[in-house]
Design a protein around this ligand. Structure first.
Ligand SMILES: Cc1cc2nc3c(=O)[nH]c(=O)nc-3n(C[C@H](O)[C@H](O)[C@H](O)COP(=O)(O)OP(=O)(O)OC[C@H]3O[C@@H](n4cnc5c(N)ncnc54)[C@H](O)[C@@H]3O)c2cc1C
Length: 406
């Protein structure tokens, strides 16, 4: 056994946050041969679970649970659930918890994100968020009652919740402050066609509509309109759950994300950050990325574990990927289009299946696909390779995307 590995084995690794990123970190540490003690601390009382099904099968009741299929005991991971970490003192290498201090040698921050709340709506009966298993459990009977629901925010969560609520035969009005759905994520020409999906599903989408107040049974808009609401579901975004780091000296950015380096190391030695709570510099895209999607919480932990174990110090520079299931459509995205110069359609956005490609200096940097998983799979590889593509051929949806590389 190498001297380095021996040293590694004696260190106590503590992971804070038992969501996807935290669980995957514990698993990856063991997979990569880490033999020291691993403690995984999670604030929620439930067996660690996957979040995407919460706005899909779990919400509709077609799946009871989305618990991860991980045998923590067999992995010798000390799983401490229902325990909130309230602070960290990196100088002392100690966490503060409700159950007393927890010492560590290596610390991984994986506390995810928490949903933004609507000002003035906190504690109003009938107002819901959708982030946790408990949130989904509270929303299930709301769907069963088939009443009128007002959804605030036409983002990813708003779209998926609306899909489920329409499937459950609820009357749904979606209130969106911007002029279109997904305004923060996609340019107007891509998101505007998606607005029709709401109407096609039987939901009403009100754009340019800002909520002024919420009271039991009613939502008031800034223009004075009043909407009857047996329930209100707020999906207006999420912020990294890092308030507990305040005063610790661990650096966070303007949106609260732990500003990790390209190996996901935080600003203190021996401290890492991964998943929704972190941001990292991407050489591929020339900017710092904060990715709030499942695949990032799956991939990042492998980099963290490899760096801790000392097996590899490769930078973390993924092609971000996510999917969304909404209005009977499978939407997928890979890459990062912020600095793309050219947008190229591949198919008609009014049809059931189409893709849109983003290029920069002739190279494919991102793509969004609707009902075209093959485009996504092939395009993702082209993005990863930084491939230049033949735009004329790529605009023809009959030509396999992989055959358009120059
Ligand atoms: C309803 C829903 C649907 C989604 N659907 C999709 C999808 O279709 N596709 C996709 O790509 N992504 C989807 N996502 C996003 C994806 O689930 C997240 O990116 C992923 O869960 C992030 O994992 P994480 O471990 O970083 O954070 P989280 O899953 O948020 O886990 C963090 C955990 O840390 C715990 N924690 C926080 N603070 C503390 C503390 N101080 N002490 C102890 N524990 C703490 C939290 O309780 C939580 O359990 C969805 C998210 C939601 C909410």
């Amino acid at each position: 056994m190498s001297e380095q590995r021996k040293q590694t084995d004696e260190r106590r690794a503590v992971v804070v946050g038992a969501g996807m990123a935290g669980v995957q970190t514990a698993v990856a540490l063991r997979e990569q041969g880490y033999e020291g003690p691993v403690t995984l601390i999670g604030a929620e009382p439930h067996q660690p679970y996957d979040r995407p099904p919460l706005s899909k099968a779990v919400l509709l009741g077609t799946a009871e649970s989305s618990a991860f299929d991980v045998d923590f005991e067999a992995l010798s991971v000390d799983l401490r659930l229902g325990l909130e970490v309230t602070g960290v003192r990196p100088g002392d290498q100690e966490l503060d918890t409700e159950a007393g201090p927890v010492p560590y040698d290596v610390l991984v921050l994986a506390t995810g994100a928490e949903p933004l709340t609507l000002p003035g709506a906190d504690g109003v009966p009938g107002v819901h968020l959708l982030r946790t298993l408990d949130d989904a459990a509270r929303l299930r009977p709301v769907l069963d009652r088939k009443r009128h629901i007002v959804v605030v925010g036409a983002g990813w969560i708003g779209a998926e919740f609306t899909t489920a609520a329409r499937e459950a035969d609820c009357q749904v009005t979606v209130v969106e402050a911007a002029d279109r759905p997904l305004a923060g994520a996609l340019p107007a020409e891509v998101a505007t066609p998606m607005a029709h999906w709401y109407a096609q599903s039987g939901a009403e989408l009100l754009t340019h509509a800002r909520v002024a107040g919420v009271e039991p049974g009613r939502v008031t808009l800034a223009d004075g309109r009043e909407l009857a609401a047996d329930a209100v579901v707020v999906g207006i975004g999420a912020r990294p759950a890092t308030a507990w780091l305040a005063g610790s000296g661990i650096a966070t950015g303007p949106e609260g994300a732990v500003t990790a380096d390209d190996r996901l190391r935080a600003s203190w030695p021996g401290v890492y950050a991964v998943g929704d709570c972190a941001s990292f510099p991407s050489a591929r895209y020339g900017e710092r990325l904060m990715v709030h999607h499942w695949d990032n919480a799956l991939q990042g932990p492998r980099t963290v574990a490899a760096d801790i174990v000392g097996e590899s110090h490769e930078p973390y520079d993924p092609v971000p990927y996510f999917w969304s299931e909404q209005f009977g459509r499978f939407v997928q995205y890979a890459g990062h289009h912020a600095r793309a110069g050219t947008l190229l359609w591949r198919g008609d956005p009014a049809s059931a299946a189409w893709s849109v490609l983003w290029l920069r200096d002739g190279a494919l940097v991102a793509l969004l696909t609707v009902g075209r998983p093959r485009d996504l799979a092939q395009g993702r590889k082209l993005v990863a390779a930084g491939a230049r593509i033949d735009t004329e051929r790529a605009a023809d949806p009959a030509v396999p995307l992989k055959l358009t590389a120059l």
